[in-house]
Write a protein that binds this ligand. Structure first.
Ligand code: FAD
Length: 621
């Protein structure tokens, strides 16, 4: 009848939201639902009024099944009924799985959570391997209610996009404020000339694109970098793990869900050391030489394999051999058709020719979804967190996910460690909100971070149902005092010392060959108007070379064409400022020292440029 109409409509909207299959559709249907229920979405935080209001108004079987799950999780005592962090505003950069997972946790703790995502679609077909605890964790958040196929039977994987969708929906229900098409640019310090008499003091803020977005005015206490391997938050030095050459290929083929496809067995980690014969036969029959291959049947047929360079050259996938892997795998040096054939042949052989049609699924750009990635050099941040302090305002800064520790995909460790670290960082936010001293809070976080690279399913606690945000419930043999407060003093940035990135002792040490640095700089700045790098000193005096170097990697940061060669000081200042703000690379001399007459100090220049080299050399320009 008429009377039940509004309720039916609400249920309809809720069902639409729950089953929505794109990022935009989820956001759209959630807005409609909130509008229909006349809910106020501004504010957030506190005792999650949004969640309670929705729950109160949607009282029918499908919704109730989900509330039961979420209520059980929310009852964990660490959250203190969503009051433990209700004095805190957190910004999270990036709606990848780890940013979203952190957002969910923080809203359980009662924090106000604002999540920025520069895109508005989830488009990665690639499939993530889940550890048993991650499956348990996601089930507890109602994953199956949003995605019926979630880890059915013995399935232990999910496509990246489905995982993002599930977590986005949970986050929205818990009151996380999600802003898509908003790109984080940089932090904004509390202003110097605060108007003390009339208004409240202004704390830490940020600059985002678009510039007119209201979130530019938001003040916050905590910021979490979850923006993937190219972390944008400055101040985190990256450690590099250089291994032997490792080239990974991912490929996704359409899954039409036929019986024939259903019968084909998955391959989870046939590492060559365990299955010499398989790889030998593959090589003999096809010329394809792999170190390992994984196949998961998911929304797509997903393959990830590590291929040997020689066979890629022989099969014409890589056109010319280079020692430098960035050049080796650069777009111009890869034959896309040959790559498709290589991946298809490997997929076909390894599934015993049982997949009836190997048609590529499409990627975000409407192209066949096959790609090649270089894992020769992996990165991890040296530290997991830091504190910035300016004019009496403290900001807790932390990284999670790939920004913190880059995973080697064929090993399938990424998302499990990513979630662990997200929870660890949330635990730190919890201690922070309780008034923990910066050095203690940081020391504890770094102690836990030391465990992360060694964490496997075997050395976690066994009883998943006891897992909470508290690291001691999850890790075995945890020593929260491994790192002492004295050892993290450099992670509190008061602005008084020259900054976090000027401690270049080991850089100097590791970079003795400035020839390599010089040729890299030359390569990166080649072809820029008014730039001719012939050394590491005087060639940089006009500031143009520095701007060119930055522009090469981030053309969005500097409008190179508009620079005037004669405005030496302006160019230099621009280069210095952008590098500091965007890359966390602080200048080691003043604008004057670089641009005035005479040769700039060569050691400082080498140290300065080395930081660009280390940061950018494995990034595709
Ligand atoms: P990501 O998932 O990378 O998410 C980062 C998010 O931040 C993105 O949505 C990005 O748009 C957003 N963002 C970036 N900068 C900004 C900014 N300035 N402002 C706002 N938002 C920003 N792992 C595997 O195990 N197997 C695979 O096959 C595999 N394939 C991958 C393919 C690609 C193309 C990529 C990028 C990653 C792949 N990974 C794979 C890695 C896997 O996706 C991550 O380990 C996992 O998603 C967890 O990452 P995350 O949440 O830390 O970051």
């Amino acid at each position: 009848g008429d009377e039940s109409y509004p309720e039916c409509r609400a249920q309809e909207l809720f069902d639409e939201f729950v089953s929505s299959s794109t990022c935009r559709a989820a956001l759209g249907s959630f807005s409609q639902l909130c509008e229909h229920l006349q809910l106020d979405r501004s504010g957030g935080g506190g005792e999650r009024p949004l969640y309670r209001a929705i729950k109160h108004r949607l009282n029918y079987w499908r919704a109730n099944a989900l509330w039961a799950k979420l209520d059980r999780r929310a009852a964990q005592q660490e959250y203190q009924k969503a009051r433990v962090c209700n004095n805190i505003t957190c910004v999270i950069i990036g709606a990848g799985p780890c940013g979203l997972r952190a957002a969910v946790e923080l809203s359980f703790m009662g924090a106000r959570v604002v999540l920025l995502e520069k895109r508005d679609s989830f488009s990665r077909n690639n499939v993530l391997h889940l550890w048993p605890y991650t499956i348990h964790d996601l089930r507890g958040l109602g994953a199956k209610k949003f995605y019926g196929k979630f880890c059915a039977g013995s399935i232990d994987h999910i496509s990246i996009r489905q995982l993002q969708l599930v977590l986005l929906k949970v986050a929205l229900l818990l009151g996380v404020e999600v802003h898509v098409n908003v790109e984080f640019k940089n932090l904004v310090e509390p202003p110097e000339d605060q108007c003390l008499s009339t208004c409240a003091e202004v704390g830490w803020r940020m600059a985002v694109k678009p510039k007119s977005h209201p979130v530019n005015q938001l003040e916050f206490d905590v910021i979490i970098g979850a923006d993937g391997r190219r972390n944008t938050l400055p101040g985190f030095r990256r450690k590099e793990f250089r291994g032997k050459l490792a080239i990974a290929i991912t490929a996704n083929f359409k899954n039409r869900n036929t019986t024939a496809e259903a019968k084909v067995e998955e391959i989870s980690g046939v590492a060559s050391i365990f299955n010499q014969r398989f790889f030998q036969e593959l090589r003999q029959e096809t010329g394809i030489d792999l170190e390992n291959i994984v196949y998961y049947k998911d929304d797509t047929h997903y393959f990830v394999m590590t291929a040997k360079k020689q066979s890629l050259l022989e099969k014409g996938v890589i056109i010319q051999d280079f020692a430098d892997t960035a050049l080796l795998l650069s777009r111009g040096n890869v034959d896309q058709n040959a790559l498709q054939m290589y991946a298809r042949e490997a997929a076909d052989f390894s599934t015993n020719h049982q997949l009836p049609s190997l048609d590529f699924a499409m990627n975000h750009y409407g192209q066949p979804d096959v790609a090649m990635f270089d894992f020769t050099c992996m990165y991890a941040s040296e530290n997991a967190a830091l504190v910035r302090q300016r004019r009496g305002h403290q900001l807790l800064v932390t990284l999670v996910g790939d920004s913190l520790l880059e995973p080697f995909w064929p090993m399938g460790t990424g998302i499990a460690r990513g979630f662990l670290a997200a929870l660890d960082s949330c635990w730190m936010v919890l201690s922070w909100s309780q008034g923990g001293a910066p050095l203690d809070v940081l020391a504890q976080r770094e102690s836990v971070y030391r465990l992360l690279p060694q964490t496997t399913p075997e050395n976690l606690q066994k009883n998943f149902s006891l897992f909470t945000v508290d690291p001691t419930t999850r890790y075995l043999n945890i020593n929260r005092l491994l790192v002492t407060p004295a050892q993290v003093r450099h992670l509190v940035d008061t602005g008084e010392e020259a900054g976090l990135n000027t401690d270049c002792g080991d850089i100097k040490h590791s970079f003795s060959q400035s020839n390599k640095l010089l040729s890299w700089c030359q390569e990166q700045t080649r072809g820029y108007r008014g730039v001719a790098v012939s050394d590491l000193t005087t060639s940089w005096k006009s500031g143009l070379a520095l701007c060119a170097l930055i522009h090469r990697y981030r053309p969005d940061l500097i409008d190179f064409d508009s620079l005037d060669e004669a405005s030496v000081e302006e160019n230099t200042r621009l280069g210095f400022d952008v590098a500091e703000r965007e890359f966390g690379i602080s200048p080691l001399m003043t604008v004057d020292e670089l641009s005035s007459v005479g040769e700039p100090d060569s050691l400082s220049m080498v140290m300065y440029l080395t930081q660009f080299y280390q940061l950018l050399k494995d990034t595709a320009a």
